[in-house]
Design a binder for this molecule. Sequence first.
Ligand SMILES: Nc1ncnc2c1ncn2[C@@H]1O[C@H](COP(=O)(O)OP(=O)(O)OP(=O)(O)O)[C@@H](O)[C@H]1O
Length: 236
Amino acid sequence: MGEVYRTYDSGAGKVTALQGISVELAKGSFTAVMGPSGSGKSTFLHCAAGLDRPSSGEVWLGGTSLSGMSENRLTRLRRERVGFVFQAYNLLSALTVQDNITMPLRLNGTAVDRGWAEQVVFQVGMADRLHHRPAELSGGQQQRVAIARALITRPDLVLADEPTGALDSRAGAQVLSLLRDTVAALGQTVLVVTHDPVAASYAQRVLFLADGRLVDSLDAPTPAAVAERMSRLGER
Ligand SMILES: Nc1ncnc2c1ncn2[C@@H]1O[C@H](COP(=O)(O)OP(=O)(O)OP(=O)(O)O)[C@@H](O)[C@H]1O
């Protein structure tokens, strides 16, 4: 995205959530976004995913500019080219693991590519659970199903919003390793928003937001280095 500004008009006046963000996520890269509460992380994620429109500036997704797209085209682009992973998994409880994973293809009216589906299921380690329902799985397993669902359309970008927020540290580590493996093994581009320096350290690069600006970045991050940068931004 280039020179992205996002201003909200609230009753009390204008709030500028993003103040000129320019960043490129290389294909097949794993990036984490951190920043104090209110620094613009969610707004950044929403603009990158075409869920929100910048007030000015431009967002591209895999070479396509989102500027001026109709709501219908944006919705279709999100479904086909962005994979979402949420803190609360958001699986459909009545459906089996297999049907949850292939749900985006049914929504898009796309045929299941068996070879790819098998590779995705293998990658997330759920091959022996395909006929279970979400309630029969642990939190970590449910999040792995959600990651498979995000990958099934071969999206240009997988966006994960606090993907380990509801997990204990062991299950969280497995989910983060899995996200890292999808980058290495499948060439997936992944963007994670997190408050946790340990989670951020799984990424290849951490971007730091403060007051709607990109103020710092860190390559090959360690938890200690991430925590130190965050403390300089006023968070422990
Ligand atoms: N719909 C909205 N209307 C008005 N102001 C908004 C809206 N969404 C966000 N903001 C404001 O924009 C700023 C950035 O918010 P954002 O949610 O992007 O921050 P964040 O870094 O994700 O915060 P947190 O870590 O607390 O989730 C904040 O000042 C927030 O109050």
